[in-house]
Design a protein around this ligand. Structure first.
Ligand SMILES: O=C(O)CCC(=O)C(=O)O
Ligand SMILES: [Fe+2]
Length: 217
């Protein structure tokens, strides 16, 4: 079984820095990159239609103190056979240089006006119940890839609170970051908030990579 190592994240970071049209967000606190036009508008429209076919209320795993209305969006699990989803999965693992076996199944998220995902981290509380129970096989999350499928009419930016940086949704833009520090421990500077959509609807793809294969052979 292949197992993630900090060296793999260092390789991914080097690959991203060398890739054309990739912008690194200038901060020493985390590895965060943006690539515009990662998907073309037709691909985005097809994925939006897919999300609209089978969306259901989003859930959260760690309970963030039981705060209400923490994540009010809807989620679509892309778990069937779909040529476009397969293509995007492959393109993402090639882009990051991370073996596709580490990938959780891709998801879509839809935020109507007024919906949001309050400040959270994509890694799991290292000492929490979720890590012991539902993450026993795949382990911690390593990298996050997020693709904006459209630009809502107002609101809906992704705000990285610790580094005070907001990313505005643009059709086809990919955002990727490492949830871990160079030594492999969790990086609290990745705290981010999917801010409230003020007008229109926001659609994104989310894809997480893990320390161990998602479905061991
Ligand atoms: O909607 C966003 O901008 C952020 C989404 C997010 O952080 C997540 O799904 O984990
Ligand atoms: Fe997140």
């Amino acid at each position: 079984m292949i197992v993630w190592s900090p060296a793999m994240s260092a390789d991914a970071a080097e690959r991203l820095k060398a890739a054309p049209a990739v912008q690194r967000v200038p901060t020493p606190k985390l590895d965060l990159y943006r690539r515009r036009d990662f998907l073309d508008p037709d691909e985005c429209a097809a994925i939006i239609a897919h999300i609209d076919r089978n969306r259901q209320p989003s859930t959260i795993v760690d309970d963030y103190g039981g705060e209400n209305n923490f994540r009010t969006s809807e989620t679509s699990h892309f778990d069937g056979d779909d040529v476009l989803i397969d293509t995007i999965n492959r393109r993402l693992s090639d882009f990051l240089g991370i073996d596709a076996v580490f990938g959780e199944p891709m998801q879509g998220q839809r935020y109507a006006a007024g919906q949001e995902f309050k400040a959270h981290t994509d890694y799991f509380d290292p000492g929490g119940a979720a890590m012991r129970e539902i993450r026993a096989t795949a382990g911690q999350r390593t990298w996050t890839a997020m693709i904006y499928l459209n630009a809502p009419d107002a609101g809906g930016a992704t705000r990285f609170k610790v580094i005070r940086k907001s990313i505005q949704p643009q059709t086809g833009t990919l955002l990727v970051w490492n949830n871990l520090k160079a030594d492999g421990t969790v990086n609290s500077a990745t705290l981010h908030h999917g801010m409230k959509v003020r007008a229109g609807v926001k659609y994104i793809i989310t894809k997480w990579f893990c320390e161990r294969p998602w479905s061991p052979a």
